[in-house]
Design a protein around this ligand. Structure first.
Ligand SMILES: Cc1cc2nc3c(=O)[nH]c(=O)nc-3n(C[C@H](O)[C@H](O)[C@H](O)COP(=O)(O)O)c2cc1C
Length: 219
């Protein structure tokens, strides 16, 4: 995915180092030239800007299979993926609006519209669930981390096939009514991952200062 950035300086040290190293084209995000360049230049798309094509059924299966290949202490597979088929998006959209109104009875027209439009963004939608095994000796936190890794891997897998992904949460993630629609008891929504092709050029977002987030332990 090629995109223009208004200012290289906004990229911050981490991304600029990566881009200098992996790409002669300094504006190349999600550079699939190599695995290293893809990871170093990864950039989410915005769900609301995504357009067709999305992944076809074979690609969808490949993306999901890749998402399952994550660190998982105890081999518990403590995550689940709920795919929303194209012909179910309108039904989910209506259900999300109803859930929003149930949670927020005084919701205004714009809020209702936002709730209704959420599920119909982008060509494809996958809901990732944390699905911990409460009887396991593996700590819950580790099982939840694995669900986060699976969500990230889902995004990376989509990017590797030339699509963009967007991991979103928001009220839909924390609404008991929405959880009842998508999860079984004991599961927690990790995120809504929208996948498609970018309808607009990607641009960089500020990145953390390398030295602010890396420190060396010296005993
Ligand atoms: C758990 C989680 C929840 C997120 N929820 C939202 C969200 O609701 N809205 C949003 O704009 N970005 C959200 N993000 C951030 C985006 O997924 C994305 O990472 C961010 O826009 C940065 O872009 P990048 O992925 O290219 O670094 C979330 C990220 C994580 C890890």
């Amino acid at each position: 995915m090629v995109a223009r950035s208004s200012s290289l300086g906004r990229r911050g040290p981490v991304a600029s180092v990566a881009l200098q190293r992996y790409s002669a084209d300094m504006d190349n995000f999600n550079d699939t030239t190599s695995a290293a360049s893809l990871l170093a230049t990864r950039r989410s798309g915005k769900a609301r800007d995504m357009v067709d094509p999305g992944p076809d059924p074979t690609q969808q299966r490949a993306i999901l299979a890749t998402a399952m290949r994550v660190p998982d202490h105890g081999k518990l597979a403590p995550w689940r993926f709920v795919t929303i088929a194209g012909d179910q998006r309108a039904a989910l959209s209506a259900a999300l609006e109803a859930a929003y109104v149930a949670d927020t009875p005084d919701a205004g027209r714009l809020e209702r519209e936002a709730a209704r439009s959420f599920a119909v963004q982008a060509p494809w939608l996958v809901v990732v669930l944390s699905h911990p095994n409460p009887d396991s000796h593996i700590p819950l936190w580790e099982q939840q981390l694995s669900a986060g890794a699976a969500t990230m891997q889902l995004c990376n897998a989509a990017h590797a096939l030339g699509f963009v992904a967007n991991w979103l949460t928001g009220w839909v993630t924390y609404s008991p009514a929405v959880s009842a629609l998508l999860a079984i008891p004991g599961e927690t929504i990790a995120g809504f991952v929208f996948i498609g092709s970018p309808g607009k050029p990607l641009d960089e977002r500020p990145r953390p200062d390398f030295d602010a987030v890396v420190r060396e332990w010296r005993g």
